[in-house]
Design a protein around this ligand. Structure first.
Ligand code: URA
Ligand code: SF4
Length: 271
């Protein structure tokens, strides 16, 4: 890790003073072989564990019902769509998309930005006011923090990263996207991932995590282990959304650890 980059990121986060030097430096050390390239016959990989349904104990009475897939009732009501298999066609289809109610309130769709065969793909939640106005993901305050985070690990939308959102249109008032909206927009993000073929997908926050992993587990459970994105078997790492970090400075040190992990995971590929 370039010390200048580290300093810059820590400064952006306001945590210069309490991240131990040893911790901040360890990313520069060589890393043992991680999950991504382990042979299938090897002992269970974290990613394998993540895709298997967690064993549930049905023997005890439960106060809380088991988690349900986020969007199961809605999938059936979202018409199937033939999504173009090329960037130009996909872009055009998204531009005028009428598939959910967010089309009525958006200024414009926010398709995605970055390098179209990037090793790293970052998935956020949905456009905010700034993104809706400019037509590009993560250009507001959270976006500036995301750019700093990426820069700290040698990544940027200009050089080696692609950034997209779960929904391409702004939810009014910055509310969370609703399940039917996430489902309606699903084919577009799926196709983007298929076209980019990233080595690693980083999901930012709960909405992206649950959508990528098709689960309703809380973020606290999803952040940490390496997961897999079903359709392409791409490794998925979940971390905090930068907008949350802006609101909750306490989590910034953990975000820094996550970034180092992301850096390691990518170093273990040719990305
Ligand atoms: N938050 C997101 O999740 N996406 C953006 O594009 C901007 C803010
Ligand atoms: Fe279409 Fe997605 Fe926008 Fe809904 S959010 S209108 S599905 S592009």
């Amino acid at each position: 890790m370039d010390p200048a980059r580290r300093r810059q990121y820590l400064k952006a986060l306001g945590i210069e003073t309490f991240v131990r030097r040893s911790l901040a430096d360890e990313v520069a050390e060589p890393v043992s072989v991680e999950v991504i390239e382990a042979p299938r016959a090897a002992p269970p990989r974290v990613a394998d564990r993540a895709v298997e349904p967690a064993p549930r104990d049905f023997s005890r009475p439960k106060a809380v019902p088991p988690p349900q897939p986020v969007a199961s009732p809605v999938i059936a009501s979202t018409p199937a769509v033939d999504v173009p298999k090329d960037w130009a066609g996909l872009r055009e289809m998204v531009r005028d998309c009428p598939r959910c109610k967010l089309c009525a309130t958006r200024t414009q769709t926010v398709f995605g930005v970055g390098v179209e065969n990037a090793p790293l793909m970052v998935v956020g939640e949905g456009p905010g006011a700034d993104e809706d106005r400019r037509g590009e993901p993560f250009v507001g305050r959270a976006g500036q923090l995301l750019d700093q985070m990426l820069k700290a690990i040698g990544r940027s939308r200009a050089d080696n990263t692609y950034i997209a959102n779960v929904v391409k249109c702004r939810p009014p008032g910055n509310r969370d996207p609703e399940a039917d909206e996430v489902e309606a927009c699903r084919p577009y993000l799926d196709r983007q991932i298929e076209l980019i073929k990233p080595k690693l997908i980083v999901g930012l926050g709960r909405v992206a995590a649950q959508r990528l992993l098709q689960t309703s587990e809380p973020l606290s459970k999803l952040r940490g282990p390496l997961h897999e994105y079903g359709p392409t078997k791409t490794p998925v790492f979940i971390t905090y959304h930068p907008a949350y970090l802006l609101r909750s400075p306490r989590e910034k040190a953990k975000s820094w650890q996550d970034l180092k992990r992301i850096h390691q995971l990518l170093s273990n590929t040719d990305g």
